[in-house]
Design a protein around this ligand. Structure first.
Ligand code: NAG
Ligand code: NAG
Ligand code: NAG
Length: 374
């Protein structure tokens, strides 16, 4: 079978990119898979590095439909019972527990993307919940009912302060560090490290990301802050963000999506987002990632409510019951399809009306494209 594969090469200046994207660089040597992909596994004469790069590319487009691929992780099929499940001590829930598990996983994901048509893409999202913040303590001390009805609207109770934008507790810091331990172990077994790091603009998420990835990736990848990844918006003071200047000063090595407002323009003391509205917002975040980022492995550090909304947006059967604890992480393989483009293509007899065939020669915007036949 001839499979033309278009690769964007080196000089993508990203001048036209909507987001300030970190340039993708190879994973640090120390966390490369112990069992490198063998030459026999590489298509044609591509070297291991080119192979790895190719694996990283997915089609970019604006999807109309998201579904979860249920074959890889125990938490993905319907009816999963999260009682006693700790993704950080069980290879993130990967069903295959053999020593070559991550190599098999990478290959399977690579194959899904290689065999996908131009309006289908598969991405692996690592969804991390922030470590415990002072608002979590507040809710525990006062009880969820009193918290929602009263305490969440205040900045604190005289004993602890949780608003606006609470920091991590000492326990929250150690939970984030526990994530590093899990990642170090799985990365040594070949787990694909995220090629991109995205964060909510709230301090507890950014600090968790920092602690988790400091020693593993932060020299390689600049995290990007996305407003749509923030927690359910409004009323609760813990969900009000700081100014852009504050974030820039305290999280200097993070980039902002463009545009990003100086002040929090979404939070209001009178109005709180509904679950449906949060799902719609997180679906927009998914849309943006599939439309602008060709990376396959993407880490998102966010919140319990935001991750629930993200999972609902991609139709995850256990979105309500997956029960992600503070400082925990869950991977999900998401299939995205643009049915509009697919319908257009059928109408035009195999030729898409919306998206003409891609050029395979050097194109006018300065990107060198090269066509490889597998
Ligand atoms: C997405 O596609 C799946 C599989 O074809 C289908 O079952 C589901 O209803 C679709 N969801 C939406 C929102 O269109
Ligand atoms: C989940 O498992 C726990 C312990 O094994 C059990 O007590 C609980 O009833 C199960 N929940 C569901 C919804 O099956
Ligand atoms: C503050 O802490 C003290 C001592 O632990 C406790 O007695 C008091 O009830 C707390 N106040 C509030 C508002 O929770």
């Amino acid at each position: 079978m001839l499979l033309p594969l278009v690769i964007l090469l080196a000089f993508c200046s990203c001048a036209s990119a909507v987001w300030q994207m970190p340039l993708r660089r190879p994973a640090p040597d120390s966390f490369r898979t112990e069992e490198p992909l063998s030459a026999a596994a590489s298509p044609g004469d591509m070297g291991a590095d080119a192979w790895t790069e190719t694996m990283a590319e997915t089609n970019t487009f604006t999807p109309t439909n998201y579904t979860v691929v249920k074959d890889f992780f125990v938490q993905s099929p319907p009816g999963f019972n999260s009682t006693g499940f700790d993704p950080l001590t069980s290879s993130f829930g990967l069903i295959d527990r053999s020593p070559s598990r991550w190599r098999t996983f990478r290959r399977a994901v690579q194959r899904l993307n290689a065999e996908a048509d131009s309006h289908t893409a598969y991405k692996v999202f690592y969804l991390a919940r922030h470590g415990e913040g002072f608002h979590n303590v507040g809710e525990r001390v006062h009880g969820s009912k009193a918290w929602d009805a009263y305490w969440s609207m205040l900045n604190g109770d005289g004993n602890i302060t949780w608003g606006p934008d609470p920091l991590l507790t000492p326990l929250g810091i150690s939970q984030a560090a526990r994530n590093t331990v899990a990642w170090t172990q799985e990365a040594k077994a070949g787990a694909p490290l995220p090629e991109r790091l995205y964060s909510s603009p709230l301090s507890r998420a950014m600090s968790t990301l920092e602690i988790t990835w400091e020693d593993l990736l932060l020299d390689e990848v600049r995290p990007v802050i996305k407003e749509n990844l923030r927690e359910v918006i409004g009323v609760h003071t813990c969900d009000k963000r700081r100014t852009k200047s504050y974030i820039r000063k305290h999280y200097a090595h993070f980039d902002f999506e463009v545009p990003f407002s100086e002040h929090d323009q979404r939070w209001s003391p009178e109005w709180r987002e509904s679950d449906r509205q949060a799902t719609f917002r997180l679906q927009r975040a998914l849309d943006e990632l599939f439309a602008t980022d060709s990376a396959t492995y993407i880490s998102i550090t966010a919140h319990g409510g935001a991750i629930g909304a993200f999972l609902r947006a991609c139709g995850h059967p256990n979105a309500q019951t997956i029960g992600l604890r503070t400082g925990s992480m869950v991977p999900v393989v998401v299939k995205a399809v643009d049915y509009r483009a697919q319908a257009n293509e059928l109408l035009a007899g195999g030729q898409s009306l919306a998206a003409p065939p891609r050029q395979t020669q050097a194109s006018s915007n300065g990107r060198l494209r090269q066509s490889i036949e597998l």
